[in-house]
Design a protein around this ligand. Structure first.
Ligand SMILES: [Zn+2]
Length: 333
């Protein structure tokens, strides 16, 4: 398999082309965010929080997984920006035991309220098994994440938004790494029109197949009818803050965060990720984290060699089998 000589995207990635130096079109068309651009966004974020601070019980809701990136984001929101945080945890039934412990300890230590939301496991199982076994989503949706991750993240985003709307929380934060969140979407006003559009990619196809049982975990018509002025601004602080994996793990380690040993190398919280990655690679012949890792490498926050190692690693077979057993799906081999 050939890879871009600058990032880590392979020749199996949809729509990829290479120039004579072996550099891919995504590298050529995605200029590296410069220090000035990041500084301008940080200033914009600081002005935004000054305008939104102390309007209600919480300044910001954070999609919190207990993983390293969202834990670091929680520490920034609390310690650097001094915001009142509601940490929203979506328990998909696969959060590792150590992650749950991290969630409890980090929200206590950093002084954030924590809301753990758990749909009944049979409903999640049905949704994940459908995502694992059939082509629910458009191929474009799956360039950047596996079908299983897309299902879960779709629900997480919707539940964060629903909760922000019901509590009147003006900001919604996500711990996307610089590869997941381009600068252009680092600070973005949400609204019913945009939401209706994004519902088409995950909610609508999933509800169509899984049925009304999954509807409560997405926005309803009543939510969509809420006054656009009540809708929160989405922020991805890691897109414009310094980001270095080792540094982040060291900093949150000092707060007491412990790296789980039972998850795969690309996740520090989810026991379903190995199966999700395995199925994606079998089906599409590229790693579902390739896009994200390519972005981190491009932004200079990770060595290319380290990135290549991450996207070429085989999943741990035992972890793959564990998740497949819980979902009740066969793996064909
Ligand atoms: Zn590239």
């Amino acid at each position: 398999m050939n890879c871009c000589t600058r990032c880590v995207l392979p020749d199996t990635f949809p729509g990829i082309t290479f120039d004579q130096d072996g550099v891919c079109n995504y590298c050529r068309n995605n200029p590296v965010p410069d220090a000035e651009g990041k500084k301008a966004l940080l200033a914009k974020f600081e002005a935004l929080i000054e305008g939104k601070r102390s309007q209600g019980p919480f300044d910001v809701i954070l999609a919190y997984s207990g993983g390293k990136d969202s834990t670091y984001t929680l520490s920034l929101l609390r310690e650097r920006f001094g915001l009142k945080v509601l940490a929203f945890v979506f328990d998909n039934g696969f959060i590792s035991g150590q992650s749950m412990e991290n969630i409890r300890l980090m929200t206590d230590t950093l002084g954030a309220a924590c809301f753990i939301f758990r749909p009944p496991f049979p409903v999640m199982k049905k949704a994940f098994a459908l995502a694992a076994g059939s082509d629910i989503y458009s191929p474009k949706t799956l360039d950047r994440a596996s079908s299983i991750c897309t299902t879960c993240i779709g629900m997480v985003k919707a539940m964060v938004l629903k909760t922000a709307l019901s509590y009147g929380i003006p900001l919604a934060a996500f711990g996307w790494s610089p590869g997941q969140a381009p600068l252009s979407s680092a600070i973005m006003q949400t609204g019913p029109r945009l939401q209706r559009f994004s519902d088409k990619s995950v909610r609508d196809p999933l509800v169509k197949l899984a049925g009304p049982e999954v509807e409560p975990y997405f926005l309803t018509d009543d939510d969509l009818a809420k006054d656009p002025s009540r809708w929160p601004v989405n922020v991805h602080p890691l897109a414009f803050m310094d980001y270095d994996e080792d540094d982040i793990v060291r900093k949150i380690g000092e707060l007491g965060w412990v790296k789980p040993v039972d998850t795969d190398p690309n996740s520090t919280n989810c026991l379903l990720n190995a199966l999700a990655n395995h199925l994606h690679r079998e089906r599409f012949h590229f790693h579902p984290y390739a896009w994200e890792i390519a972005g981190i490498v491009r932004s200079g926050c990770m060595d290319r060699a380290q990135g290549l190692e991450k996207v070429s690693q085989e999943e741990d077979r035992e972890m793959v089998n564990y998740a497949a057993r819980l979902l009740g799906i066969g793996l064909g081999r």
